[in-house]
Design a protein around this ligand. Structure first.
Ligand code: NAG
Length: 335
């Protein structure tokens, strides 16, 4: 059975279902990062009491970019916007190579709570394909920038300029790209078993962008609906590990793909860990448009509003686990 990976809650389950035995890292075939100063924009997003769920990247001291599917329980399947989980459930950690904060005495680590979470209004599961997979954590207090914690480089905040620069990079067959992430942290049952929880070291994988045709062909072998899927029209690009045997994997969702020093997209979905199966990335063109036309004014209006913000708690952790199991149960055969 092939399972489409659109929800971070699958992380543990999928690791068991899909990844080759003994491979417990999500970036399969990658190598360890020696110093977080190589990529000070990397953010580890943890769910309180559960642990690492997704990667993210620092846009500004208060905005963390990640995938929409990292911030919702279930991606909307119709025109209604996807609903985020409660910001209280998450912590955002920067400045460290290690994923589990409780094992970590790293003096450069910075831990922040989110004030609220935002997802792209068109973030949805469109005929079982994740689209507009953009989300933002808006932090209660800003990260302090230094050599260990800093913003990623964005091609432009202007959509047109971004698109032009993006096209140049994507057309360049020599473009140097990589993904980075912590991948799987927990191997216990559905993440609630303490056994096997350990510090995971940030890993990096060199990636090679592939054409839409190649991606259609590769994904089409897994699910025929991809044979006619227009990745470009959906602002998606595909990449494979540059050695053709590694790739990022689901636990790296939300993390950046960096080409020529700039983050051009984020990890959205894929089918298999490693073994030359491509992964799909949501390019940042729609994000830049959403951010500059909607997000900034929304954030500003919230700041100037005197209305108190309700503190919604969606549910207790037990309830999460239950709902997660239900979502796992609706994973489907894509063939
Ligand atoms: C974006 O850049 C283009 C090309 O330089 C320019 O024409 C346009 O006015 C810019 N848009 C905004 C919103 O600044």
């Amino acid at each position: 059975m092939i399972v489409l990976l659109i929800c971070f809650v699958f992380i543990d389950v999928l690791q068991i279902v899909i990844c080759p035995e003994g491979k417990d890292t999500k970036i399969v075939g990658g190598k360890g990062v020696k110093d977080i100063r190589q990529m000070p924009w990397l953010v580890n997003i943890e769910m309180k009491y559960v642990g690492h769920i997704c990667g993210g990247s620092i846009l500004t001291p208060v905005f963390v970019l990640t995938a929409c599917h990292c911030l919702v329980l279930q991606v909307s399947q119709d025109k209604t916007p996807s609903k985020t989980i409660s910001a209280d459930e998450l912590v955002f950690i920067s400045g460290t190579l290690f994923a589990e904060k409780r094992d970590n005495n790293d003096p450069n680590q910075q831990i922040r709570d989110a004030k609220y979470l935002l997802v792209h209004p068109q973030c949805r599961d469109e005929n079982k394909i994740q689209v507009f997979d953009y989300g933002l954590g808006v932090l209660k207090s800003p990260f302090s920038f230094n050599a260990y914690v800093n913003a990623f480089k964005l091609l432009s905040m202007n959509k047109t300029i971004f698109q032009n620069k993006f096209d140049t990079i994507v057309k360049n067959p020599k473009a140097k790209c990589y993904v980075a992430g912590w991948g799987e942290v927990r191997r216990g049952e559905f993440g609630i078993d303490d056994e096997g929880r350990m510090s995971k070291h940030l890993r990096i994988m060199e990636m090679h962008l592939i054409s839409d045709d190649q991606c259609r062909q590769k994904f089409g072998q897994i699910s025929p609906k991809f044979l006619n899927f227009n990745f470009r029209n959906h602002n998606q690009i595909c990449a494979v590990g540059s050695k053709m045997w590694g790739s990022d994997c689901q636990g790296d969702s939300g993390g950046p793909i960096v080409c020529e020093g700039f983050q051009i997209a984020l990890v959205s979905y894929g089918f298999q860990c490693g073994i030359s199966s491509p992964a799909t990335y949501a390019d940042l063109v729609p994000f830049v448009e959403w951010f500059s036309t909607k997000v900034l004014s929304y954030v500003h209006s919230r700041k100037t509003s005197t209305a108190p913000h309700g503190r919604m708690r969606l549910s207790a952790l037990n309830c999460y686990v239950l709902i997660h199991l239900m979502i796992v149960a609706v994973s489907y055969d894509a063939g």
